[in-house]
Write a protein that binds this ligand. Sequence first.
Ligand SMILES: Nc1ncnc2c1ncn2[C@@H]1O[C@H](COP(=O)(O)OP(=O)(O)OP(=O)(O)O)[C@@H](O)[C@H]1O
Ligand SMILES: [Mg+2]
Length: 386
Amino acid sequence: MQVSILIIGIVAALPSGGLSWSLFTPSMPSSTSATFNDRPRRVHQKPVHIQMKVKVALVGLPNVGKSTLFNAIAQKSIAEAKNFPFCTIEPNVTPVPIPDANLLPLANVAKSKKALPANLFLVDVAGLVKGASRGEGLGNKFLATVRECSIIVHVVRCYADNDVIHVDGKVDPVADAEVVNLELLLADLSHVQRRLEKSTCTGEEREVLQKVEIALENGLPAKSIGLSSEEMRLIKSMGLLTLKPVIYAFNVDEEGAMKLAESYMKQLHYCDLATSFFLVVSSKFESELCMKPEGERRDYLESIGLRSEPVLELDEQLSFIRLPLLVKDVLDLALVYTGPGVPPGRSQTTKSHILASPSSVFDLAGKLHGDIQKALCMLKLSMLQA
Ligand SMILES: Nc1ncnc2c1ncn2[C@@H]1O[C@H](COP(=O)(O)OP(=O)(O)OP(=O)(O)O)[C@@H](O)[C@H]1O
Ligand SMILES: [Mg+2]
């Protein structure tokens, strides 16, 4: 066993209040080990892929503020956000760091020159209209992009500005959200039915899809029928839209009304309040704010009455911090860390990486260094037998 391997499991209490398992693994000399991206491959050893690419889709009617929110979270003006429907045609994609209070202290312990946070990938797609599931608007192309994402952020227009065009002529957050939810449901129904028509769809997969089809025909999202993890695995490649977790982002005027958002959530059909999530954002305000230099931004926030709270810094109240943390919590993601190389100077970076939550640090460590886990299990067994 390599004596230079060091695995420290820590339980990290995060600012969002959740607990996450984390691992810090200073890597070994390049001949035997490296980072997750660059793992050593002994002959006959299978590469270990434990990193996850997590894509977050921004979905909603046209002109509701998806691209504006995208820019606010990216902290840059990347996506074109203009006052006309279907301003976005080709999807915009940007990495978004997951705020992580543990990363810098770990990088300091490891004496790293750089600390790189793990990223989510935010995907801003074309607006969805009535009939999208039948190919209206940008229909299938749009939906195919969302199928590849792990979670949906459903942007709902709540701001009243009469100068901004609304595709249905009036602002009605609940009705708008229902249009989008119905289109997602209908798209899943035809996707499932197309698959069921195929002769290759047999056995357990067919049974699960038939269950899903019945739910969808009754207007219920696939996630409402409580599929087991084995059933989920069987139909995972379908990328069903109504199986994905949803965060509603209620896009409000600058005054932003939390109470209003809560009432919208309650009025939504099939929206299980225990498993649905929401954020109240003001995309326009935040996208303008993020273009200001940090000092100016603080002054401005304070000038409009926002203050750091005992638990929240000023920036932590903005969606570029809140949304990635909420996604992390909703998807139950864990962060793992790779540290600098040995000898010092080989790698200068401490990085965090996303991992679907492991059942324990021990399992997680086993994914990285299976040989050590095996040896520890054998040691434990022989101690029990002694
Ligand atoms: N909270 C808000 N208050 C007022 N205006 C807003 C707000 N959020 C966005 N807007 C405005 O709404 C218009 C449309 O925004 P944006 O282009 O981001 O929408 P979109 O959902 O991406 O549209 P599309 O689907 O057509 O790409 C822009 O003029 C933007 O400034
Ligand atoms: Mg757009």
